[in-house]
Design a protein around this ligand. Structure first.
Ligand code: ATP
Ligand code: MG
Length: 331
C-alpha cells in the first residue's frame, strides 16, 4: 500500500474550513487504501511565538479534531511530532544540504516574515520547510495530502531527497503532493483573494469549533460582489466563487449543478445554504470533539500508541541516514 503523511499545526485551538476541506477530508478518504501517518506538528507551531500551556492544550484539541473528522487510529498512525525525536534530528542533516538561497525563495516564509517584521521573524520560521521535509522523508511517504499553499514545500522536499540520494546513496522516496483541485485553496470570507489561514484572525475565518451562531453569522456576512448572479468566476467574483466551492464540497453537488440550482436566486439564498451545509457537519463534529476531550487519558493513550508506531519507522530511517552521512556509530 502506498504511504501518505501529513500534519497540521496546533497554533489555534480550532482547525478552519480550509484545513478541513483542503487536508483533513482527504486524509480520511486516503486511509482506506493507504498506509497513513498523520501528525500534530507541534514543533512547527513554536516558530512564530506561542504560550506553553496553550500549546499543550491545543495539541490535544487538534488531535481530537483529527479523530472527530474521521481519522481512525486503528488504520492510521496518529501521533504528535515532538514525541518522535527523529524529526528534528533528520531536519538538522537536511538543513546541511539545503542552500540558503534555496530556502530564501520559499514564498510562505516571505509572506509570514513580511507580516511579522524582521524583529519577530525567527530562524525556526526560516528553516520550517526543512523540518517539514524531514517529517515526510522519515516515513518514505509516497504522497502528501495538503493544500495548494504547500506545493512549493513539497517540491523542496523532493529536491532535498534527490540531492541526498545522489550524494549519499539511494535512501529516500521522492514524495508527491496530493492536492485535489476543487478544494486546494479555500479563501478568507472577508478577503476572498487571500487563503484562509490560522494565523490571520478576523471575521473571514471559519473555525470548526466556533459557536454555530458565529459560523452562521460569518458566512452570512461574507464579502460577495456587486453583481447578483450565483455563478463561479474566480477572476471577477472571488467571494461568490469561494462560497460555491464550499457548498459544492459539503453537498457533493457539482459547481454547474449549483449554478443551475441558483438560477434566478440571489446571494442571500446561497449564503443560507452554505451555512446550513457547514453546520450539518460542524455540529456533530463539535460534539465528538467534546467527547474526546472529556477523556484526555484515552486520547493521550491513542497518541502514545501512535508515537510508538511512528518511531518504528522513523528510527531505522534516521539510523540509515546517520550511517550514510558518516557519523561514527555510538556504542
Ligand atoms: P498558518 O496560516 O499558521 O500556516 P494554516 O491555516 O496554513 O496556518 P496549517 O496547519 O499550516 O494551517 O496547514 C494545515 C493543512 O491545511 C496544510 O495541508 C495546508 O495546506 C492546509 N490548508 C491551510 N489553509 C488552507 C486553505 N485555505 N485551503 C486549503 N487548504 C489549506
Ligand atoms: Mg500553513
Amino acid at each position: 500500500r502506498p504511504r501518505v503523511l501529513s500534519g497540521m499545526q496546533p497554533t489555534n485551538a480550532s482547525l478552519h474550513l480550509g484545513n478541513y476541506l483542503g487536508a483533513l477530508r482527504q486524509w480520511v478518504a486516503l486511509q482506506d487504501d493507504h498506509d497513513a501517518f498523520y501528525c500534530v506538528v507541534d514543533l512547527h507551531a513554536i516558530t512564530a511565538g506561542h504560550d506553553p500551556a496553550q500549546l499543550r492544550e491545543r495539541t490535544r484539541v487538534t488531535a481530537a479534531q483529527y479523530l472527530a473528522g474521521g481519522v481512525d487510529p486503528e488504520r492510521s498512525t496518529l501521533f504528535v511530532q515532538s514525541h518522535v525525536p527523529e524529526h528534528p534530528q533528520l531536519a538538522w542533516v537536511l538543513s546541511c544540504i539545503t542552500g540558503f538561497g534555496e530556502a530564501s525563495r520559499m514564498t510562505q516564509f516571505k509572506d509570514k516574515s513580511a507580516r511579522a517584521g524582521a524583529d519577530s521573524t525567527t530562524v525556526g520560521l526560516f528553516t520550517y520547510p526543512v523540518l517539514q521535509a524531514a517529517d515526510i522523508l522519515l516515513y518514505h511517504a509516497d504522497q502528501v495530502p495538503v493544500g495548494e499553499d504547500q506545493r512549493q514545500h513539497i517540491e523542496l522536499t523532493r529536491d532535498l531527497a534527490g540531492r541526498f540520494n545522489t550524494r549519499f546513496g539511494e535512501t529516500f522516496v521522492l514524495p508527491q503532493a496530493y492536492i485535489p483541485k476543487a478544494t486546494a485553496k479555500i479563501y478568507d470570507l472577508q478577503e476572498p483573494t487571500a487563503k484562509m489561514s490560522k494565523s490571520v484572525a478576523g471575521s473571514g475565518l471559519i473555525e470548526l469549533l466556533d459557536p454555530p451562531k458565529t459560523i452562521e453569522k460569518r458566512i452570512k456576512s461574507a464579502v460577495t460582489d456587486t453583481g447578483r448572479e450565483v455563478v463561479a468566476d474566480a477572476q471577477n467574483k472571488p467571494g461568490v466563487t469561494n462560497l460555491i466551492t464550499i457548498l459544492s464540497a459539503f453537498s457533493g453537488r457539482s459547481v454547474p449543478q449549483i449554478e443551475q440550482d441558483f438560477a434566478g436566486r440571489g446571494y442571500g439564498d446561497l449564503k443560507k445554504e452554505v451555512a446550513a451545509a457547514v453546520l450539518d457537519v460542524v455540529v456533530p463534529f463539535q460534539q465528538r470533539v467534546q467527547e474526546l476531550l472529556d477523556d484526555p487519558a484515552e486520547l493521550d493513550a491513542v497518541l502514545a500508541r501512535g508515537a510508538q508506531k511512528a518511531r518504528e519507522v522513523a528510527a531505522p530511517t534516521l539510523a540509515t541516514v546517520y550511517e550514510r552521512v558518516g557519523f561514527l556509530a555510538a556504542r
